[in-house]
Design a binder for this molecule. Structure first.
Ligand code: SAH
Length: 398
């Protein structure tokens, strides 16, 4: 293997040996292997202070996480055949889990491909690279995806804001296949949703919540349901299909609200689903003032804590949101609440909910604790990969 070596300082190999995949810039022996000698995204061999190689990875001298380990050992290059192997291993899991090809196919570090996610929508693939290393390997990735999946289309949805940490531009483009003018369809639990991988959120659909949405069936029959931060109506439409008497979906994005209405019609649920464009906090305050109440309230907001330093502020935002959610709940109501902030610990979300309940002189009972679905596996050595935390709570008078 002729990759240049990145040498770690003494002792700094321990975390990698314990299973982690990241190297921080202060862990590198820069006298021996100056970071400035590497180009952004360049492949490297990562070695301990004795020179013993741990594996191959890639470097970005501009990033705090200055290298990521992609393969242990140095027998394989970072090339098409490595990606083909990884994609086949990832696919085998998803085929065991799901009957239809709609799922997250690759979840970065957890699938042995740091910095790469791929979502599958039938014969359309939507990929996202979040590191310079993966950006540089785009050609190999495209060739491997073409070989394993023969997709009708492959999109790059490279517009995640974290790309700025790696000095990467934001863009979305079609890498393989012909442009077509029809919306992309997601199938979930017998419903169809139209989504748009290019203009939509993330890569177009929140597959991470699918298994959690399965919980609705036993909670919503004959109930009034409020789906806050509804995006394309994933929660709300499933609630309507599962027997809710009335569903209100709220999102601040006009495109999302239009899509909810179309998605309700597509599934014959338009009589029971109403989509409203509003700021969630304003909308909840209005409901509170009008004394309107729901049996089930779902709070699935965007990440309030994007960077670790926003933790204190974000924690207050979650608490405030959950308090507002409880104020529009019936006396004996169900609150379904989430945080997708990587930096917010699960216990902090639950504490916020509990404090909100006490503040309103109500009593909460936690019924179910939730995480992201199994097509987003958690890497036990990398805490950040368990990013979605959620609870189903019953909220009663004190
Ligand atoms: N619940 C959705 C995913 C939600 S993603 C699902 O299961 O698919 C977060 C959504 O919140 C986005 O659609 C975004 O447009 C919306 N959003 C962000 N800030 C908002 C605000 N202040 N008020 C209302 N919606 C907001």
């Amino acid at each position: 293997m002729e990759y240049p070596a990145l040498y770690l300082k003494r002792g700094e190999d321990a975390r990698l040996r314990a299973g982690h995949l990241w190297v921080f810039s202060n862990e590198v022996d820069v006298a021996r292997s100056p970071l400035a000698d590497f180009e952004p995204g360049q492949a490297c061999a990562i070695a301990d202070h004795r020179g013993k190689p741990l594996g191959v990875g890639y470097v970005n001298p501009a990033s705090l996480i200055c290298a990521r380990l992609v393969n242990r050992g140095i027998d394989h290059a970072l090339d098409r055949s490595l990606f083909v192997h990884r994609f086949k291993v990832a696919l085998a899991l998803r085929e065991r889990l799901f009957e239809e090809p709609w799922y997250r196919l690759v979840f970065g570090e957890s699938d042995g491909l740091p910095g790469l996610t791929v979502d599958r929508f039938g014969d359309v693939l939507v990929a996202q690279a979040t590191t310079a290393g993966m950006e540089r390997l785009k050609g190999e990735i495209e060739a491997a995806l073409a070989k394993v999946f023969k997709p009708r289309q492959l999109w790059w949805k490279n517009d995640a804001s974290i790309r700025s940490l790696e000095n990467l531009p934001e863009y979305a483009d079609l890498a393989l296949g012909e442009p077509i003018d029809a919306p992309l369809i997601v199938r979930e639990a017998g419903l169809e949703f139209e989504c748009n991988p290019v203009s939509g959120q993330k890569t177009g659909w929140f597959y991470d919540q699918r298994g959690n949405r399965d919980q609705l069936a036993r909670l919503v029959k004959g109930k009034r349901v409020l789906d806050m931060f509804s995006y394309l109506g994933g929660w709300g439409l499933r609630a309507a299909r599962d027997g809710a008497s009335e569903v209100v979906c709220v999102d601040s994005s006009p495109a999302a609200v239009d899509a909810i209405t179309r998605n309700a019609q597509r599934n014959g649920l338009q009589d029971r689903v109403r989509a409203v464009r509003a700021d969630a906090f304003d909308f909840l305050r209005n409901l509170r003032e009008q004394r309107e109440r729901f049996d089930v309230v779902i709070l699935d907001p965007p990440a309030f804590v994007k960077r670790r330093k926003d933790l204190a502020e974000g924690r207050i935002a979650y608490r405030r949101l959950n308090e507002l959610g409880m104020q529009v709940l019936e006396r004996d109501g169900i609150l379904i609440t989430f945080s997708c902030s990587h930096h917010l610990p699960r216990s902090m979300l639950l504490d916020g909910v509990q404090q909100a309940a006490r503040h309103l002189d109500r009593q909460a009972q936690m019924l179910v604790s939730m995480q992201q679905g199994p097509d987003h596996p958690v890497h036990p050595a990398i805490a950040e990969t368990e990013y979605l935390k959620g609870f189903i709570l019953r909220v009663l008078p004190a």
